[in-house]
Design a protein around this ligand. Structure first.
Ligand code: CUA
Length: 229
């Protein structure tokens, strides 16, 4: 069910998503200040009858209202660029996972250890448990350890898809013939949902991603079990 909280950003589960949330709030505050100022200025124009026939130019005020917005933009551009480059950084990944977008499901390859792979399909509504997450949960979840740097390698088999998980600040295109890379760190346990975000065909809405974040110790257990199956 949609609640008021659904209209905000999701709770972050990674340090970079936390920084992105701060940046979003920072930019919204600047936006609010501009809206209030311009709104006030415009509304005052309706409520007075000032006339001055000889007003033709105003060099000083024009310099001021050109420079001030330029300075304001710098305060948005610099933190934005800082985050942009921080998001691209790959810091000694402990785990590398490859994901391949298909019409219409994701498949995963874990090849750091003894290699294994599996497909991940959405659970249809009629096969769902009572406590299930409709249109978001999958039959085989992407298991990842928390407090560990993860590297995802992303590609596609047919058309363009996009591996997107908002709470982990991950959004990367899966392009046929190209291997894209993204790096992230999950800082708590939990289920983190995402959806494909490139329009990839009829069932675009029905190829969700479910990341299950577990402790590194349990991750080792899981991966050993999977590799020996
Ligand atoms: Cu795959 Cu949209």
């Amino acid at each position: 069910m949609a609640t008021w909280k659904s209209s905000l950003l999701q709770d972050s589960a990674s340090p970079l998503m936390e920084q992105l949330t701060f940046f979003h709030n920072h930019t919204l505050l600047i936006l609010l200040m501009i809206t209030v100022l311009v709104g006030y200025l415009m509304s005052t124009l309706f409520f007075n009858t000032y006339n001055y026939r000889f007003l033709l130019e105003g060099q000083t005020i024009e310099i001021i209202w050109t420079i001030l917005p330029a300075i304001t933009l710098v305060f948005i551009a610099l933190p934005s660029l800082r985050l942009l480059y921080l998001l691209d950084e790959v810091n000694n990944p402990l785990v590398s996972v490859k994901t391949i977008g298909h019409q219409w499901y994701w498949s995963y390859e874990y090849s750091d250890f003894m290699s294994f792979e599996f497909d991940s399909y959405m659970i249809p509504t009629n096969e769902m448990n009572l406590n299930g997450f409709r249109l978001l949960d999958v039959d085989n979840r992407t298991i990842l350890p928390y407090n560990s740097q993860i590297r995802m390698m992303v590609t596609a088999a047919d058309v363009i898809h996009s591996w997107t998980i908002p709470s982990l600040s991950v959004k990367i295109d899966a392009t046929p013939g190209r291997l894209n890379q993204i790096s992230f760190l999950i800082n708590r346990a939990g289920l983190f949902f995402g959806q494909c975000s490139e329009i990839c065909g009829a069932n675009h809405s029905f190829m969700p991603i479910t990341v299950e974040s577990i402790s590194p110790a349990y991750f080792i257990k899981w991966i050993t079990k999977m590799a020996t199956l």
